[in-house]
Design a protein around this ligand. Sequence first.
Ligand SMILES: [Zn+2]
Length: 452
Amino acid sequence: MSKIRVLFSFVLFGFCSTGSPWAQPGTETLLIRNITLIDGTGAEPLPNASVVIVDGRISKITVENVSPPDGATVIDGDGKYLIPGLIDSHMHLPGGRTGPGNREMIMDTEVGLKVLHGFLYAGVTAVYDSGNHDKYIYKMRSDALAGRIVSPRIYATGSLVAKKDGYACCAGATTMDGFEDGKAKLDALFANKPDMLKFTRDRRGMGPRGQDLPLIPDDDFSQLIRYANDNGVRTTIHIADEKAARLAIAAGIDALAHPVFLADASTGFAEYVAEQGVVISSTALLFGAVGRVELDNSFFDDPLFTETLTEEELQFNKVTERDRYASSGMSGWMRGVLPAVLRNLKQLHDAGAIIAMGTDRLLGPMVHMEMELLAEAGISPLDVITLSTLNGAKYIGVEEYLGSIEIGKRADIVILSKDPTINIRNSRSIERVFINGVEIDRSQLDVAINQN
Ligand SMILES: [Zn+2]
């Protein structure tokens, strides 16, 4: 591990307009020449582009000849594709809770670090942890931020906010009764500086057997969201149906942790989401992967999985987890839900709503499966790249400095050997990964292929 380069070299008194410590400048100077630039904004790919990175920031983009700045590392991008680093807007880092059921809070940082390396290996340069053991995820976040571990940027909610005995109440969540109690609990959560606070409000719950779970009452909930907004804390929420989604949006929620998934959304819902500027994490793969694994687990044979996971880890996912999902009826239920999820995502996209790629899974390579599902929903590969980069930054609220290859932004970038705009599966052709302009040495990551 000591061989791995420290990720972030911070300038001690660096000016940082966003106030986020993640926006600090780096120290690298790079010139990437003659590459096809896919900048993450949805703009058409720009062939023969040259991109200059100074102090970890994009400083120039041109199709003219550029001479390398002093001390620059020059990369020839001929025949290759440059995209922003991928952002998973919904994941839960393993190592903070025991599974399945996730009831015990643990601090297994080694497990988490390995998973984070798998994300980097797969081209993911930032993640939003959508609910975890708060002490664990905040430790990982601060270790990543300080450069003590090699990791994607970690943004997190820490603890979820749930109703006592409500959905996801018991996996390290903060539960509350009434507004006054809730307000005091939110104050305690704000002290940890969550990047975005996540609520849950789901009466039925996941799975084949519907439940009748208590919800935070409408009025209390609306007041709590307003209270978070007044404190400058972004909010997201787990919802399952349109009614809960509409209430959350009316209350001022910034993002939804899933699209509506229990049924097709009504006509007009997608337009409403778009008008309100609410960002939605796609999470089709939660349903797609759990649904599919029972019938066909061969997606784990893809090189990104076999290069990342040991034989033992592959078997755990292909057999142990599959059997658990199959015998609980979860696989069948998820398969039933997936078509509505894909239709709802397409409708949102067509209406101009902002969808951010999110897996709600635990493994880096899965982001590429989520991207494929988005394409399968009918979204163009070029747009899928935007969903997986700039829109992820919008979900977290960090688009001012992250998510696209535009002047002034942090140079979190990935070089691909194949064109992802003609086939989204080409997003898997990862050659090089950079955060803040600093290359991640993929040969030193703690992934299976480097252990042989
Ligand atoms: Zn989740």
